[in-house]
Design a protein around this ligand. Structure first.
Ligand SMILES: [Zn+2]
Length: 255
């Protein structure tokens, strides 16, 4: 079997970083072609290090990485996109943290093609725009992330009966994977979903961000969309964590 190259170049977005030992940092990186990676940047916290200043949280960097059996090693780093407003503005930074954490939890280690890299890069850019509606950008990001992970909610047909949804208030069921009609909502756990919120969700599902950016939503509508999308993601992540835990338990029993 051909051996993977010992040293490789890659772009990466820094999802997480923590201090390690006297002067090192351990980074969680999202890359386009190697999925999620963990790597150590030795001496990165020393002021004299050529890497210091190039490894900021949520920035996009070009890296030279040496493969390790346990942890990879960053041997060169160059910043490509700083996304400065994410560090200068507390609220933008908090949203960046949310986007990075969601992506982190849905990403696989070392996968050959990550659908999330380009999306996160775009999402961090939206958060940096001077007039950004941060909540709107976050909802759009969530919807695109759901699509990229194969969990896009059903927005045009009832997720239970598959019939076309008529123009009226509906319900949303995380367990059924999308919008369900009032008839099929009876006896099922589902949240009310207004027709206006459904229209916004459909608009976001059908269009690029350029066509979503100009939307001006009321605070009530923002709250409704956040409740629906974040609730759905939370439901999926809990399922996922449960299944991961189940696999771990099974492995232990099979040992
Ligand atoms: Zn139905």
């Amino acid at each position: 079997m051909p051996r993977a190259e010992r040293v490789f170049k890659t772009q990466a977005i820094i999802l997480r970083r923590h201090e390690y030992g006297e002067a090192d940092r351990i980074l969680t990186l999202l890359t386009p072609d190697h999925g999620k990676l963990r790597a150590i940047a030795k001496g990165a916290r020393k002021l004299t290090s050529r890497m210091s200043g190039h490894l900021e949280l949520y920035s996009r960097v070009a890296l030279l990485i040496a493969r390790g059996s346990d942890l990879h090693v960053v041997s060169q780093a160059e910043q490509l996109e700083a996304f400065l407003p994410l560090r200068d503005d507390l609220l933008r930074g908090a949203y960046a943290h949310y986007l990075a954490e969601l992506t982190d939890r849905l990403s696989e280690d070392e996968e050959t093609h990550s659908p999330f890299f380009a999306l996160l890069n775009a999402g961090l850019g939206w958060l940096c725009e001077p007039e950004a509606d941060l909540a709107l950008a976050a909802r759009y990001f969530e919807l695109r992330l759901l699509r990229a992970s194969g969990f896009e909610p059903s927005l045009f047909e009832c997720a239970v009966g598959q019939e076309a949804l008529s123009a009226r208030d509906q319900f949303f069921s995380a367990a059924e994977g999308g919008v369900i009609c009032p008839e099929h909502a009876r006896g099922r756990s589902a949240q009310p979903l207004s027709l206006t919120a459904l229209k916004v969700l459909r608009h976001m599902a059908r269009h690029e961000y350029e066509a979503v950016r100009p939307l001006r939503l009321t605070a009530a509508l923002h709250a409704e969309l956040e409740r629906i999308l974040s609730g759905y993601l939370q439901h999926l992540l809990e399922q996922r964590l449960k299944s991961a835990e189940f696999i771990r338990e099974l492995r232990l029993r099979l040992l």
